[in-house]
Ligand binder design. Structure first.
Ligand SMILES: Cc1ncc(COP(=O)(O)O)c(C=O)c1O
Length: 379
């Protein structure tokens, strides 16, 4: 190994994050619902093309709020990709709903509308479109399917802040969508997220859910004299400390996103012929869309190749990593009755995918080193 290890990702301050955190502390107000949170929410509304954004403690919480807002319960089914994060499923399973795993398209690893269609039953209440790596799902087909069958379309947009499809921002298509500011995301505050409420009718209840089941949002706007218990809810709202940090990142959003997109494009460009020669699948940005380029995930011809690839990169000082293991083959997935062969493309992706380092702090020379080590790999 030459030189220090190149991390897969490193969260860091890029601007005035610490100054804002200090200002929040100095103000004596570090709980939820303050000026930094307000600034972040308004900026995210612009970035997501959504009229209402509520800051949450995580994208997981945004997903849990979706399940609550749709009143999902044991009689209901939710269709989502097997190639997904645990909480994309867990948020709905937590309400007792049956999670139904659909397969993904080989090209993008996004929900395959044909697989979704085949799994719709009279109990299906929602379809969760996860835009893997920030590449847009086939929203035209999924929206048409949802409308035709009277099912809610939700977006797990954890990766897709800054992406768009046919000029419209991801996160604005579903009635509800969630983004993540976990430390591995393009912008972060450690743990954080947001729920975009695109269906006006749901806004009042979303505010109550967010505020521990109370009408505190109305109280803060001066619309009521006291606040009290109005319904189900939890402590979903992001604190000012986190919002202050996040605002520091949002202030530099264009630069952060721009750098990530350039890093991603450099990988795509410089690895193209190596990938062709070695039967490696490189990620694509679907036609008519722009991508946040959140993840650069390539797929090796087999699991054995992927394992060797990760080892050789590690030996060369580069930390690359696998990603989702298909949910239908997890312990929980098997307990739900799924088994091998149920979502073949997800299984292949779980076994063969490797992600390369991408982060604001990844320097050009470091990226050159990553490329050098990758080019040395032969299938
Ligand atoms: C697609 C997807 N959805 C949801 C989450 C959960 O996000 P959070 O960690 O903010 O709860 C993640 C986490 O990485 C994710 O990749």
């Amino acid at each position: 190994m030459q030189g220090p290890k190149i991390p897969f990702h490193r969260a860091e301050t890029v601007g005035r994050e610490l100054e804002h955190v200090a200002a929040s502390v100095a103000s004596g107000h570090i709980g939820a619902g303050g000026p930094f949170g307000d600034r972040c929410a308004r900026r995210l509304e612009e970035l997501l093309g959504s009229r209402h954004v509520l800051l949450t403690k995580s994208c997981t919480h945004a997903l849990e709020m979706m399940a609550l807002l749709l009143d999902l319960g044991p009689e209901d089914e939710v269709i989502l990709p097997s190639f997904a994060y645990v909480t994309t499923a867990n948020a709905f399973a937590l309400r007792g709903a049956r999670v139904v795993f659909a397969d993904v398209e080989r090209e993008t690893l996004n929900l395959d509308p044909a697989s979704v269609r085949a799994r719709i039953t009279p109990r299906t209440k929602a379809i969760v479109a996860l835009h893997y790596a920030g590449a847009a799902c086939d929203l035209r087909a999924l929206s048409a399917l949802a409308t035709e069958r009277g099912i809610a379309l939700l977006e797990d947009n954890a990766h897709g802040l800054g992406s768009s499809l046919e000029g419209r921002k991801l996160g604005s298509f579903g009635s509800l969508s969630g983004v993540s500011f976990h430390e591995t995301k393009t912008i972060t505050c450690g743990e954080g997220g947001a729920l975009a409420v695109n269906d006006e009718v749901m806004l009042a209840r979303a505010e109550i859910l967010l505020q521990k089941g109370t009408d505190r949002a109305k109280f803060l706007r001066g619309q009521v004299r006291f606040y009290s218990w109005h319904g189900l809810g939890s402590s979903f709202e992001m604190s000012e400390l986190h919002a202050a940090f996040l605002w520091g990142q949002l202030e530099r959003w264009d630069e952060i996103l721009g750098r990530r997109v350039r890093q991603w494009q450099r990988y795509a460009h410089e690895l193209a012929s190596w990938a062709r020669a070695n039967d490696v699948h490189l990620p694509v940005v679907p036609a008519g869309s722009t991508s946040s380029c959140h993840i650069f995930a390539l797929r090796l011809p087999s699991e054995a190749h992927r394992e060797r690839f990760l080892k050789e990169l590690a030996a060369g000082g580069v930390q690359a990593t696998f990603h989702y293991l298909p949910l239908h083959l997890s312990k929980m997935g098997r307990e739900l009755g799924y088994g091998p062969g149920d979502c073949p493309v997800s299984e292949e992706a779980g076994a063969c995918l490797a992600r390369l380092p991408l982060s604001f702090g990844l320097g050009d020379e470091q990226q050159s080193r990553v490329l050098e080590v990758v080019h040395e790999f032969r299938v």
